[in-house]
Design a protein around this ligand. Structure first.
Ligand code: G4P
Length: 535
C-alpha cells in the first residue's frame, strides 16, 4: 500500500462531530453511551465520574468547584464500526460561550440531541444556526422516549417549522413513557423491542420481530397499535425518499428515536451515523480556494486555546483541527500569521481530563499542543506551500460589563491581561467611542465568561478588578466612516463604542432601542455584528 493511500484510508474513516443540545437533554449521558458502544469505556458513568473527580482534585479554579460545573472541555476519540470517531465536546450549562460556537467550526457534522418531552429549546436553536450557516450535516436523536414524550409527528413538525430543516425519520417509536415498547426501523421493517430492565451500564440487548399486526397487538393496546400504524402510513404516504445529498448538505436531518439512559436506540443510531456522516473533505481558504483532506501536506487551524487546563500542568493548550495530511511528533510547520516555524513536539490526546501523549494523527483529528504562547485562535499551521484558512468569526456578544483596574500601579499588567484574553478569544473588548480613562467594556456570549475573565486577570496577571454589568444585549456594527459614527443620535440607554480594530459598534438594550436608532438615523446602516478574531 502506498503512503498516500494509507493516508486517504485513515482520513476516510474519520468522523469528527459535536453534539448540540440544550442543557439536560442528555448530552453527558449520550456521550457515555457512545463511548460504551465504542468500547472506549466499559462501564457507563465514567465520564460523569471523572467530571466529579476533577471537581474534587482541581484546586486552581475555585470558580469551577464553587459552581459545580466543568469549565474545561474535552475531545474524545473512540473507534466504532471500522471508523475513528472524534467527538468534540461543546461546553453547555453556564460555561456556554464562544468556545461552544467555535467548536462547531472544527466539526464535520453534528448530532442534534433533543429531549422528546420538550422539543427544540433555545440553546439548540443558537447552535443550530451555526451548523446551518456552515451547511454541516445534522443527525437528530430524540431522547428520553422512556419518559412521557410529545407526539413524534409534532416533534418532526417543530424541526421543520421552527428550524426550517427537512426531516427523515429513520425509525419510529412505538409508544412512550410507561408505554414505550421500542422503535420500528423503516429500512429493515423491523421492530426493536425496548426492555426497561436493560437500564444502566451494559449494552442493551435488542430483540427484533416483524411489525405485523399480530405482534403489535401483543405489545400494546388496540388504540396505540392503531395510532402507530396510522403514523407509519402517514410517513410512508408522505413518500419523500431518503436523499443522501440533502443530508450531506444540511438540508434534511435523519431522525432517530431512543432513550440514551437505557442504551436504547444508541447502537441503531451509531450504525447509521458512521455510515452516513461525512469524513473530512475540504477546508476553505481565505483566498477562496480549498485544501483537500487527503492532501499529503499537513495543515490545520487553532480553534480553541485553553489556559490552565489542568492544575497539575499550568500551561496553555492550543487545540488544532487537522485539515489535511498527517501529524507526527516533532513535525516542523509554519504559522501563517507569524511566518515562524514551529516544532510540534508536545502533542496530546485528551480523554476526559487524562492526557496521553500522541505520536500520529490524521486530518479530522483534533490535537492539543502545549502552547508556549506561539499560537492564537484562528492561526493556520501548514507544511509546504503557504496557505491560510478562512478566518474564524467572532460571535455577537450578548452580555457586557465594564471592567476597572483597582490598583493604579498594575495598570500595565491590566492592559496586557485584557489584551491577551481578547487575543485568546475569551472576551471581546470595546472602548467608549470618545475615549477617556482605560475602562474597557467586555462582551461575551456566555455570562459566566465575565467572571472567568475577572478571575483569570487576578490569578494569572495579579490584577485586581471590579466588574460592573451593563444592561446591553445587542451589538450592532455601525457602517460608514468615523464622522458617520460621531454624528449618530442614539437613545440614551444605548452606547457607541469601538471594537479592537477601532470600528464603530453600537450597544443596545433591546431590539426596540435599535429600531428607534434606525428611525433617528435613516442614513446610517446598523449591520449585524460580524467580526474576525484578530490576534
Ligand atoms: P446534559 O449533559 O445534556 O445536561 O444532560 P445529562 O446527560 O446530564 O442528563 C440530564 C438528566 O436527564 C439526567 O438525570 C439523566 O439521567 C437524564 N437522562 C438522560 N437521558 C435520558 C433518557 O433517555 N431517559 C431518561 N428518563 N432520562 C434521561 P438527572 O436526574 O439530572 O441526573 P442523574 O442523577 O440521573 O445522573
Amino acid at each position: 500500500m502506498t503512503e498516500l493511500s494509507q493516508l486517504a484510508r485513515e482520513v476516510g474513516r474519520r468522523r469528527t462531530f459535536a453534539i448540540i443540545s440544550h442543557p439536560d437533554a442528555g448530552k453527558t449521558t449520550l456521550t457515555e453511551k457512545l463511548l460504551l458502544y465504542g468500547g472506549a469505556i466499559h462501564v457507563a458513568g465514567q465520564v460523569s465520574a471523572r467530571r466529579r473527580q476533577r471537581q474534587v482534585t482541581s484546586d486552581w479554579m475555585a470558580l469551577e468547584r464553587e459552581r459545580g460545573i466543568s469549565i474545561t472541555s474535552t475531545v474524545l476519540q473512540f473507534p466504532y464500526g471500522g471508523c475513528v470517531l472524534n467527538l468534540l465536546d461543546t461546553p453547555g450549562h453556564q460555561d456556554f460561550g464562544e468556545d461552544t460556537y467555535r467548536t462547531l467550526l472544527a466539526a464535520d457534522s453534528a448530532v442534534m440531541l433533543i429531549d422528546a418531552a420538550k422539543g427544540v429549546e433555545p440553546q439548540t436553536k443558537k447552535l443550530f444556526a451555526i451548523c446551518r450557516e456552515r451547511k454541516i450535516p445534522l443527525f437528530t436523536f430524540m431522547n428520553k422516549l422512556d419518559r412521557p414524550s410529545r407526539n413524534p409527528l409534532e416533534l418532526l413538525d417543530e424541526l421543520e417549522h421552527v428550524l426550517g430543516l427537512g426531516v427523515y425519520p429513520m425509525n419510529w417509536p412505538l409508544g412512550n413513557g410507561e408505554y414505550f415498547r421500542g422503535v420500528y426501523d423503516r429500512r429493515s421493517h423491523r421492530l426493536h423491542l425496548f426492555e426497561r430492565s436493560a437500564h444502566g451500564t451494559t449494552r442493551a440487548g435488542v430483540d427484533v420481530t416483524d411489525a405485523t399486526d399480530g405482534a403489535l397487538s401483543d405489545l400494546v393496546d388496540a388504540h396505540s397499535a392503531a395510532e402507530f400504524r396510522e403514523s407509519l402510513d402517514l410517513l410512508e404516504g408522505a413518500g419523500a425518499a431518503f436523499d443522501a445529498g440533502a443530508v450531506l448538505g444540511g438540508e434534511v436531518t435523519p431522525v432517530f428515536f431512543g432513550s440514551a439512559v437505557t442504551n436504547f436506540g444508541v447502537q441503531l443510531f451509531l450504525d447509521d451515523f458512521v455510515r452516513m456522516a461525512p469524513p473530512p473533505s475540504v477546508q476553505p481558504l481565505r483566498d477562496g480556494g480549498f485544501v483537500q483532506a487527503d492532501d499529503e501536506r499537513f495543515s490545520g487551524f487553532v480553534f480553541k486555546i485553553q489556559a490552565n487546563m489542568d492544575p497539575r500542568h499550568r500551561d496553555r493548550v492550543a487545540f488544532v483541527r487537522l485539515c489535511s495530511g498527517r501529524f507526527e511528533r516533532d513535525l516542523v510547520v509554519r504559522n501563517a500569521r507569524t511566518g515562524a516555524a514551529v516544532r510540534l513536539s508536545r502533542a496530546m490526546r485528551l480523554f476526559a481530563d487524562a492526557r496521553e501523549s500522541l505520536e500520529t494523527a490524521y486530518a479530522g483529528d483534533v490535537v492539543g499542543f502545549v502552547n508556549p504562547g506561539s499560537f492564537a485562535i484562528g492561526d493556520t499551521l501548514y507544511e509546504g506551500a503557504p496557505l491560510e484558512f478562512s478566518p474564524i468569526p467572532a460571535f455577537a456578544p450578548e452580555h457586557f460589563a465594564s471592567i476597572r483596574n483597582v490598583d493604579a500601579a498594575s495598570y500595565k499588567a491590566f492592559a496586557k491581561g485584557v489584551e491577551q484574553l481578547r487575543e485568546e478569544g475569551a472576551v471581546q473588548v470595546f472602548e467608549p467611542w470618545r475615549g477617556g480613562a482605560y475602562e474597557p467594556i467586555l462582551g461575551v456570549v456566555g455570562e459566566l465568561q465575565l467572571e472567568v475573565a475577572k478571575y483569570r486577570l487576578e490569578s494569572e496577571y495579579g490584577v485586581r478588578t471590579t466588574l460592573s454589568r451593563r444592561p446591553y444585549a445587542l451589538a450592532m456594527r455601525v457602517l460608514g466612516d468615523e464622522s458617520a459614527a460621531s454624528l449618530l443620535h442614539l437613545p440614551s440607554n444605548a452606547l457607541l463604542v469601538r471594537d479592537s480594530q477601532t470600528r464603530g459598534v453600537a450597544l443596545f438594550e433591546s431590539a426596540w432601542a435599535l429600531q428607534l436608532a434606525r428611525e433617528w438615523n435613516p442614513s446610517v446602516e446598523f449591520a449585524p455584528f460580524a467580526a474576525e478574531i484578530v490576534p
